[in-house]
Design a binder for this molecule. Structure first.
Ligand code: ADP
Ligand code: MG
Length: 316
């Protein structure tokens, strides 16, 4: 099987058809028609084998996750996803693996009607780069920069499950943990909060998706917005499964400083609080934006939680 057979066999098989795709996979360029009066939102994420995922991660989950983490960036901008390109670097052509990868990717792509419109296929160490493109009306994009003192801080879903799953993969306990399957599904199949991001247009003053850990990602909002924040650790929403791990030494590190959650963290002025009822996804109030710069995380007793590391940093 050569490069062209591979593209035909595994990537021309998608079910999503969009009228705004004039030319998709197969020519030198994809030709796309963006809607009038909307801006393009573009984001790229790379997953490198051995860095972002273990080489034995099931290919179907890898395909799903590669798209999910990209869609999560569109969600954080309040954008509606439309198109994607995939740059794939493969050490060898493994047809079963490629079939699974494309099925995982297309499962999520169909859910959001994202069309794969092109890409590149090269020989080398295993890595995937996806780029996604979406639409957002002018002046409605959510950024990291608009948080104001007094705004409330919220997160979607629950935090820490994916980080705990990573810890299971790093130790021998993963074969025996009773909730192993649940935790791995949270690491492998994050939910991009697309509908929430779109619903937050005009409501949230700032937003970010949590890829590197709540502390690190909220800190990006604080830096961009030139404000500070107080977080209440006991308010942070946790799954029932993770709550059982409270005695783990790294418990707060998983929740606050590991990442891979792909939930949204966003800020809302108190005057717009009632509008949050329109959101069709679980959200939790976890703290407040302050004028004093810096992030303070307080526990139930009002004591500050100090993290040994704020979040994941590739170059640290
Ligand atoms: P070129 O040499 O002009 O860059 P390629 O031979 O690399 O084109 O690719 C042929 C076509 O297949 C192009 O339309 C390209 O976008 C698409 N393509 C290549 N690899 C992938 C992939 N992994 N996923 C989706 N489309 C791909
Ligand atoms: Mg060409």
């Amino acid at each position: 099987m050569n490069e062209f057979d591979l593209i035909k066999e595994f990537f021309l098989t998608q079910k999503v058809k969009r009228r705004d795709v004039v030319i998709g996979i197969g020519d030198d360029c994809a030709i796309l028609t963006p809607p009038a009066n909307q801006q393009l939102a573009i984001s790229t994420d790379t997953l490198v084998s051995g860095v972002h995922f273990y080489p034995d991660m099931p290919a179907i989950d890898l395909g799903y996750k590669a798209l999910a983490v990209n869609l999560s960036d569109l969600a954080a901008a309040g954008a509606e996803p439309a198109w994607a390109t995939l740059a794939l670097t493969l050490p060898a052509i493994d047809e079963t693996w490629l079939h699974d990868l494309s099925q995982g990717l297309f499962t999520l792509a169909e859910q959001y009607q994202v069309a794969l419109v092109g890409g590149d296929t090269t020989h080398g160490p295993l890595a995937l780069t996806l780029q996604v493109q979406g639409f957002v009306p002018p002046h409605e994009v959510l950024t990291r920069a608009g948080a104001q003192p007094g705004d409330d801080i919220y997160v979607t879903g629950t935090l820490g499950d994916a980080a705990f799953a990573l810890s299971l993969l790093q130790t021998q306990t993963h074969t025996s943990h009773p909730e192993r399957h649940y935790f791995l599904s949270r690491l492998y199949r994050p939910t991009p909060r697309i509908q929430a991001g779109i619903a937050l247009r005009g409501i949230a003053s700032a937003a970010i998706d949590i890829s590197d850990g709540l502390a690190a990602d909220l800190s990006h909002i604080l830096t961009s917005s030139k404000v500070g924040a107080t977080l209440f650790s006991e308010k942070i929403p946790l799954s029932a499964a993770l709550q059982k791990e409270k005695s783990n030494t790294h418990f707060w590190q998983y929740i606050l400083a590991t990442g891979e959650d792909y939930e949204l963290c966003f800020t809302v002025p108190p005057t717009k609080k009632s509008q949050l009822a329109a959101l069709n996804c679980p959200i939790t109030h976890i703290g407040t934006i302050t004028e004093a710069q810096g992030l303070i995380i307080l526990n139930n007793a009002g004591k500050e939680i100090k993290l040994s590391q704020k979040g994941y940093d590739h170059f640290e």
